[in-house]
Design a protein around this ligand. Sequence first.
Ligand SMILES: *Cc1c(COP(=O)(O)O)cnc(C)c1O
Length: 248
Amino acid sequence: MMSPETHAAPDLVDDVAERLADVRDRIRAAATAAGRSPSSVLLVAVSKGHPPEAVAAALAAGQRDLGESTAQELVAKAAAIGAGIRWHFVGRLQRNKVKDVIGRAGLIHSVDRMPLAEAIAERSHAAGRVQRVLVQVNVGDDPDKAGCSTDEVGRFVGRVRELTGIAVQGLMAIPPLDGDPSDHFATLRGLRDDLRGRFPEVQHLSMGMSGDVESAIAEGATIVRVGESVFGPRPSGTAPESSKRKRA
Ligand SMILES: *Cc1c(COP(=O)(O)O)cnc(C)c1O
């Protein structure tokens, strides 16, 4: 699809390229320290709250995996940039926004309830696709947070696997703000290890953000989702887990 191409200002390109190099160094160091290959960790640069020019700058610096947490931003930036990006959807997803995400995001990280899984499967199957997804787990079992409970995740994954048009490839978590994230990352890894015994395609562990990439990689993260360390601070109202709709 042709679309007007968004170009990044040279200063922004340099800035994002420099930050990306730092983040890649952190990933390399953490993987090496954990006895893992750096290539076993995929960096998803989360561009939410930043303009399309920032995405163009990341792409110019060789970053192809980008993440968004609202359908609105995903649609706008995908249209502005055109080809070349592998989009990840990492935020809370409402059923009525599924149609905007299918066909744009290669991987949806945040499937946590049956009606959402069914809506994704239905849309995707109708479009002749199989949507790759991760199941988001509420590792802190906090009733105010998104994610399937740790008790339910095995059953939930089993049910989603029965659907046509959707494929569960792993688990995702956002650890609670308080406490040591390592414990929560270890919990997610334990759940993944159990599930993988039954369902071999459940491989990925999407965990680790700007502040805790190292401990997530030490605990086995295969995908890290990094926003601020790549793009700099973003305007308020776009924190992880924020379910508030932004008003322009
Ligand atoms: C914003 C966001 C991130 C990135 O967070 P940073 O702290 O900026 O690295 C990761 N995951 C999700 C789900 C997010 O919403």
